[in-house]
Design a protein around this ligand. Structure first.
Ligand code: XMP
Length: 508
């Protein structure tokens, strides 16, 4: 990596957004927790201190040794970061009379490099309970709002700045411009980090790291594992051994079509039909976590068995992406897992493989951009997320091959309908649940007593929160008719109108 911005995280919910904005400017950046500061190497062109839920006045609130970077590289404190600069250097930070939340108008007259090119009066977004009330001599105030006198400052004689608002959120109308002034004009970054440059440098790195070693990798049909495999494949060709397991819990015909795409991409891939094994271990299990655990274990057993057939394999490839990495080292620690989410499951220790994760510095949309640069099929790049345990957590209760077949038919009608009506790309994720109840209906002159399915479609940005998708009624009516007419054993369709939280996306 030729140059980067270092973002020190003090625990703000917006820290990842700062990284997103910097990367949108084609500049690579990394987030590190405030208490694990990496060495300030020459490739680090600037440091940004994030916001925080803490107050600098609290004992035990996060602190850093500013001497590690202040005066050596340009520095920007955002919100808590700005307050920490003021507080540490002899200014005063007090609780605001009223907490500052929401929009405010920033006024500035001075010619500071940070606010240069920003309109003299511009809307910014505040979110803090503290405010800087006085600053040392060397601080030049470069921006204010009605209620905040020190909204932006510059420490004279050095390239250190502080702003008490959040430039990273879209409500700060010219926030991106302010960040650009910092990272481009003040830090001097070249803006040459693009999907294409990432592909080129990653393939070169992988070639150097992997040499003639063999890598084994499990593919799921999802975006992350596919893009990761494609990068490794470009670097080492047939020495990448891909394994795609049919666990019998995939969408209708998905195994065949995904396998086909992988072969088209030239991957050295082996499809493993393990349906019977999975149905065997799932037989009689009804508890969602028990099902997840059984599937995770079955997967590892099959993968392990297949990996052992490859002689002398040294590496395990994985499609881990950046949010997973940040989450696991974040200030707050790994967030509480309500469900045992993970796609591939841990590897048994005895395999002793080294791990290669070419996407572990990228956000999801960057992964897609890399996939496009690699010319991967759009069908894979735009595919909705799909849970690792697949249809098993969409069949409430125990799993049988017959139930899987019913749900696959229902799901296929729903998903194809979304695609045909141009709605697929508008929802973040969609699928169907097979409920463990039966309901009365009439078909012709007959009373029926058959299964109920629930359709679920949500809009979301990251799956952490979600709203139910407001799909057109006539579309839902058509899909419902088609399901009831065509899928034997189903006589009722309902649509899930719960948002997350408090509901979750999946029903189990
Ligand atoms: P929930 O149901 O928690 O789902 O709102 C959020 C996202 O995670 C997916 N999900 C899973 N993915 N293994 C996975 O790999 C799991 O056990 C699992 N459970 C839920 C879900 O599909 C949604 O995208």
């Amino acid at each position: 990596m030729s140059e980067q911005i270092l973002i020190l995280d003090f625990g703000s919910q917006f820290t990842q957004l700062i990284a997103r904005r910097v990367r949108e400017l084609n500049i690579y950046c990394e987030i590190h927790p405030f208490n694990k500061i990496p060495e300030i190497t020459p490739d680090i062109k600037g440091v940004i201190l994030s916001g925080s839920p803490y107050s600098v006045r609290d004992e035990g609130s996060p602190r850093v040794d500013m001497g590690l970077f202040r005066g050596k590289v340009p520095l920007l404190g955002v919100c808590y970061g700005a307050q920490l600069l003021a507080h540490t250097l002899g200014g005063e930070v007090k609780a605001s009379k009223h907490r500052e939340y929401g929009r405010a108008m920033l006024t500035h007259h001075s010619h500071s490099a940070l606010l240069d090119t920003v309109s003299p009066i511009t809307q910014v977004w505040m979110s803090h309970g503290d405010t800087i009330v006085s600053v040392p001599e060397s601080f030049k105030i470069i921006g204010e709002t009605d209620s905040v006198k020190v909204a932006a400052f510059h420490i004279e004689g050095e390239q250190t700045y502080g702003i008490q608002f959040h430039p990273e959120v879209t409500h700060s109308v010219e926030g991106k411009n302010i960040l650009k002034n910092f990272v481009v004009d003040i830090c001097g970054c070249a803006q040459d980090w693009t999907a294409a440059s990432f592909v080129e440098s990653t393939i070169a790195d992988l070639k150097a790291r992997l040499g003639n070693d063999k890598v084994v990798m499990a593919l799921s049909g999802g975006v992350d594992s596919t893009v990761a495999a494609s990068l490794v494949h470009h670097a080492i060709g047939k020495n990448l051994y891909c394994i795609f397991v049919d666990n019998g819990l995939l969408r209708k015909d998905e195994y065949e079509s995904v396998l086909h795409s992988y072969l088209d991409m030239g991957l050295n891939i082996k499809g493993v039909d393990a349906k019977a094994h999975f149905y065997g271990v799932l037989a009689g299990l009804t508890d969602p976590e028990a099902k997840r655990k059984a599937i995770g274990k079955a997967f590892i057993d099959i993968f392990d068995q297949e990996a052992h057939l490859i002689e002398d394999v040294k590496w395990l490839g994985q499609g881990t992406i950046y949010p997973d990495v940040i989450e696991s080292v974040s200030v707050k620690g790994p967030s509480a897992t309500i469900k045992s989410h993970h796609n591939v499951g841990g590897l048994p220790d005895y395999m002793k493989l080294k791990i290669v994760e070419p996407l572990n510095t990228l956000f999801k949309d960057e992964v897609r951009a890399v996939g496009r640069t690699l010319e991967l099929p759009e069908a894979i790049l735009k595919r909705h997320p799909f849970p690792g345990p697949g249809l098993a957590i969409r069949i409430l209760g125990d799993i049988t091959a017959e139930k899987v077949a019913i749900l696959q038919d229902v799901d296929a009608i729903f998903i194809n309908g979304l695609k045909t009506r141009g709605l697929y790309d508008q929802v973040w994720q969609a699928g169907a649940m097979l409920l463990p109840i039966q309901s009365v209906g009439v078909m012709g002159d007959e009373r029926t007593y058959e299964r109920v399915v629930a359709l679920r479609a949500v809009t979301s940005v990251d799956g952490m929160t979600a709203d139910w998708a407001h799909l057109p009624y006539d579309f839902l009516a058509d899909v419902s008719n088609e399901i009831i007419n065509r899928v034997k054993g189903v006589n009722r369709v309902v649509y899930d109108i719960s948002s997350k939280p408090p509901a979750t996306i999946e029903w189990e």
